[in-house]
Write a protein that binds this ligand. Structure first.
Ligand code: ADP
Ligand code: MG
Length: 721
């Protein structure tokens, strides 16, 4: 466990190399059995994997404390002294071995609870011998003790050289086989030793250009990898971490941006050169309200894209109710003005129908033919004219579900595709749309699941991002309140008051696949209770086990205002627009994630009236849930909520990103916490691509080589678009 003084020069100068891809079994101390565990539990199979398995924390082993300085709230400490005597106390499970230990200034107890080890301890730790004891102080009966300490003879430990001791995560299965953090430490220190002492040490070539290393004052790669395990000081650890995080994020950005630039060069797009009658007539005579500043800006951004001769690939983010649909409609009119057709894809039939109704209403009186194509549109009589019209170009705007992707759907000249609520569409489905034309259509992806900027830069790094960050005027912010589930009476009187004003109410129950039966039961019970409490009301009920036709019919009744209350599972989550609904009650709110709660809340607050979101939970809540509910009650800002969500759960389980899938693993950087570094990495990558567009500058050669290696091993960029 002794640290090696380290000659970094060796890492880069010596050209004979033991490859980092050497199997881990070649490391002294790792036999076949442990190798197997390392592989199955941690995915470590080579020297490289081990080198990149970074400790999650370090503990300072240079400092010795005096016993009289110790308090129970200290983290790990070490003291030097001798054992005065042993003593066994307690019975059964409380049986314990105590060693009274002194450094001449005070006395503490060292305590062990595993009776099986008592004999060994008493035999091996000698009374009167000088030891260094390491552990986490605790207090019991007013006395400080250290349970299960690490004990080393004082003359074998060179604390000055131990520096910061690394701690590695290990799994339960590993621990059961005796592989703990200490074992991992032994492996990595053996690796470091080998690294230095072998007749032909590893070559660990630098990956970043020298100029960049100088500009950003980064530590060299070899040193940073060493220091991440065995830093000489806290500062060395900080610098090593910074270098490694930067490198990780930088190569991701470099890969994404290079891919995006290549696509821009290779794929040309339809040129929408002018804005004409459709757009202008609509804007001046049909638009029922003034566009918000954000809507105007976003439309301008898209006009620029579509006029450029390159294919537009744009992600439009806007909180629920921010008016994305209208932006989509006006962008489509630009396509029409240039003689092209446009297509809008929605994730569900209900949404497609709603978009269709909105478009028909808004465009009534304009010479634009809009058609709807969903799985519900059956029969030759209904389908054929739509398909025929799409083929001949008589249909200008086709709205639908993924039915529009079927091979039978042919466009005359599809110029623009808008995809609403993107996360319900897979990458493969999007790719199919491209095939419908020789020149791929412009693509606008709209999402109301706000994705924090840093994550968007990483996940959709090749898409340009537009943001509508302003709600139409006159909306009152939704008031969100937390109710314990016992308080049904005050909940009911609130509902009664709103319905008396002519409003409608949503009541939502969670639906989780694994417990579907129970969830449906919850919903049925809730429905019955409500019917009982409000005998004079008409109440709709919608859940996933109903037939699509029934479900739609019931939804329709609510949309038309024939029913005053809608009791549903999360089917209403996305997009449904009933401006007259002013109350959203979310039952078992503790079972929803932040993003989903926010989505659901967005179903109300669409009219000018004051709206409410009621989060109903049981009384006993975990810390995290309490925090989630608090955030919901505090803010309506989707981006703030998305940031919080990202911090809570990590990017991996963020709703809306699961299906797009992170195509890369981050070892050390954290997109939620390292936002500034993501930006720096992206700016730097952009600058380098500007300076070296053909990837041929000799000073960058090692960087491009490394990127190619990474691509080969881990990242398939084409999956990210
Ligand atoms: P999103 O799809 O972003 O959730 P929608 O496009 O459904 O939002 O818009 C929500 C509501 O706001 C719709 O009823 C729409 O007509 C209305 N709306 C959109 N833009 C404006 C605006 N600039 N001023 C007033 N109302 C608007
Ligand atoms: Mg919408």
């Amino acid at each position: 466990m002794h640290r090696q003084s380290f000659n970094f020069q060796l890492l880069t100068i010596n050209s004979k190399n033991i490859d980092l891809s050497t199997p881990i079994t070649y490391l002294p101390g790792v036999g076949p059995q442990r190798a197997k565990l390392l592989e199955t539990e941690l995915g470590i199979t080579t020297f490289r994997d081990l080198l990149y398995y970074f400790p999650y924390k370090h503990i300072d082993r240079t400092r010795l404390y005096y016993i009289h300085e110790l308090t129970a709230d200290m983290p790990f400490v070490q003291v030097k002294g001798e054992i005065l005597s042993f003593e066994e106390e307690g019975q059964g499970r409380k049986r314990r071995l105590i060693a009274h230990f002194t450094d001449g200034r005070g006395i503490i107890d060292l305590i062990w609870f595993q009776a099986g080890t008592f004999k060994w301890i008493k035999k091996n730790y000698l009374i009167g011998k000088l030891y260094i004891v390491f552990g986490r102080p605790n207090v019991f009966g007013g006395r400080i003790n250290i349970p299960h300490p690490d004990i080393d003879p004082a003359d074998t430990l060179q604390l000055g050289k131990m520096g910061l001791q690394p701690y590695y995560h290990t799994t339960d299965r590993m621990k059961k086989s005796g592989l703990n953090s200490r074992s991992m430490e032994r492996f990595t220190s053996t690796l470091m030793e080998k690294w230095e002492k072998e007749p032909s040490p590893f070559v660990l070539p630098e990956t970043l250009p020298d100029a960049l290393i100088r500009q950003l004052a980064l530590v060299p790669r070899g040193q940073s990898l060493h220091d991440l395990h065995y830093p000489a000081s806290a500062d060395a650890l900080r610098r090593a971490t910074y270098r490694q995080k930067f490198e990780e994020l930088f190569f991701i950005q470099l890969g994404i941006l290079r891919f995006a630039r290549q696509r821009q060069q290779q794929v040309s797009g339809h040129v929408f050169a002018h804005v004409g009658d459709h757009f202008n007539t609509f804007y001046h005579h049909f638009l029922p309200f003034e566009l918000t500043g954000a809507q105007k800006r976003v439309i301008r951004e898209m006009r620029r894209d579509m006029g450029s001769g390159r294919q537009m690939n744009r992600l439009l983010q806007g909180d629920v109710g921010s008016g994305k649909t209208l932006v989509a409609l006006m962008t489509m009119l630009i396509a029409l003005d240039n003689g092209y057709q446009a297509c809008l894809m929605a994730p569900t039939e209900i949404l497609a129908e709603q978009h269709y109704a909105t478009f028909c209403e808004m465009l009534a009186g304009m010479p634009v033919r809009v058609e709807l194509l969903t799985g519900n549109v059956k029969g030759k009589k209904r389908r054929d004219p739509i398909l025929e019209g799409t083929r001949t170009g008589d249909v200008h705007i086709l709205i639908g579900t993924h039915a529009v992707l079927e091979d039978t759907v042919e466009f005359r000249n599809l110029g623009l595709v808008v995809i609403d609520e993107q996360h319900r569409f897979g990458v493969a489905q999007r790719a199919r749309l491209w095939k419908k034309n020789e020149i791929p259509p412009h693509v606008l992806v709209m999402t109301a699941t706000p994705i924090p900027r840093t994550l968007a830069m990483t996940l959709y790094g090749d898409l340009d991002v537009s943001v509508i960050d302003e709600l139409p005027p006159g909306r009152k912010p939704i008031e969100t309140r937390h109710f314990w589930e016992e308080r049904t009476e005050s909940l009911y009187s609130g509902i009664r008051a709103e319905i008396a004003k002519g409003r409608q109410v949503y009541v939502v129950y969670p639906l989780i696949k694994e417990s579907e039966k129970m969830d449906i039961q919850d919903l049925e019970n809730g429905y019955e209770a409500l019917c009982h409490a409000f005998p004079d009301l008409r109440i709709s009920k919608v859940h996933g086990q109903m037939k699509a036709v029934e479900k739609d019919a019931e939804m329709e009744r609510f949309v038309r205002g024939e029913t005053q209350m809608l009791v549903a599972t999360t089917v209403i989550e996305v997009g449904v627009n009933v401006p007259n609904a002013s109350v959203m009650i979310i039952q078992n709110a503790e079972r929803f994630g932040l993003a989903q709660l926010h989505q659901l809340r967005g179903r109300v607050g669409r009219g000018a009236e004051q709206s409410y979101c009621i989060l109903v939970t049981k009384y006993k809540l975990s810390q995290d849930t309490r925090k989630r509910i608090e955030i919901m009650c505090e803010t309506n800002d989707g981006f703030e909520i998305a940031e919080a969500d990202l911090k809570f759960r990590g990017p991996g389980d963020l709703e809306g990103t699961q299906q797009s899938g992170m195509a890369f693993d981050l070892h050390i950087a954290n997109i939620a916490r390292d936002g500034q570094l993501v930006q720096l990495a992206r700016d730097t990558a952009n600058r380098i691509l500007d300076e070296d567009p053909d990837q041929c500058l000799p000073e960058n050669a090692r960087m491009w080589t490394h990127l190619r290696e990474l691509n080969r091993n881990t990242i398939d960029w084409s999956n990210i678009s």
